[in-house]
Design a protein around this ligand. Structure first.
Ligand SMILES: Cc1cn([C@H]2C[C@H](O)[C@@H](COP(=O)(O)OP(=O)(O)O[C@H]3O[C@H](C)C(=O)[C@H](O)[C@H]3O)O2)c(=O)[nH]c1=O
Length: 183
């Protein structure tokens, strides 16, 4: 019922739930706590988010600090996005490293981003819709960001910088070296 694949970063997983197609369309359990537990992933979520982005919109790199750090299960229900996770735990052997998976409605894949990682995505098609569950409620006081073009991280975004559309918050975000992150 579930395919789980490693990515370039330990802890960040690509997950592909089954999709049952028939002449009406399809049905898919996009989140099932028991199926995930059987796959060794004991997760619980408290909030479901949904955003739509034009091609070139880059949202990120975002995270919430402890004690409101969020595990995220990210999927795309329309279009496609280049989805990125960055390890921002100073004590981690993979601190500062990043991995990316293209998530799309066609591939029906999801990305599990653990707490302690910054998350962001670049919309590759107009009207791309991202839906993601988070394990802690939104807390503006704990909400933080890091510049998505930080050369110390070196994310290889698939569209050139001049095509990006960033929020003012993301344009002014600190570099990794200046940011409040995880021990
Ligand atoms: C995240 C969030 C935002 N908001 C409000 C706050 C603003 O008035 C408005 C837009 O917020 P923001 O510009 O932070 O939205 P994104 O840039 O899509 O932020 C998200 O982008 C990346 C990809 C993430 O992983 C995070 O979940 C989240 O930070 O929604 C809420 O009311 N609840 C929320 O949980």
């Amino acid at each position: 019922m579930l395919e789980v694949k490693e990515t370039g970063l330990p802890g960040v997983l690509e997950i592909v739930p089954r999709r049952f197609g028939d002449d009406r369309g399809f049905f898919s359990e996009v989140w099932n706590s028991a199926t995930m537990r059987e796959a060794g992933l004991d997760l619980s979520f408290v909030q479901d988010n949904h955003s739509r982005s034009a091609k070139g919109v880059l949202r990120g790199l975002h995270y919430q600090l402890e004690p409101e750090a969020q595990i995220k299960l990210v999927r795309v229900s329309r279009g496609s996005v280049y989805d990125v996770a960055v390890d921002i735990r100073r004590s981690s052997p993979t601190f500062g490293q990043w991995t990316a998976v293209t998530l799309s409605a066609d591939s029906w894949n999801q990305l599990l981003v653990p707490a302690g990682f910054a998350h962001g995505f670049l919309a590759l098609e107009d009207g791309s819709e991202v839906q993601y569950k988070v394990s802690a409620l939104y807390s503006p006081a704990h909400d933080r960001g890091i510049r998505p073009d930080d050369p110390a991280i070196g994310v290889e975004w698939p569209l050139p910088r001049e095509q990006w559309l960033l929020s003012a918050k993301d344009q002014d975000a600190p570099l990794l070296a200046e940011a409040d992150i995880f021990a």
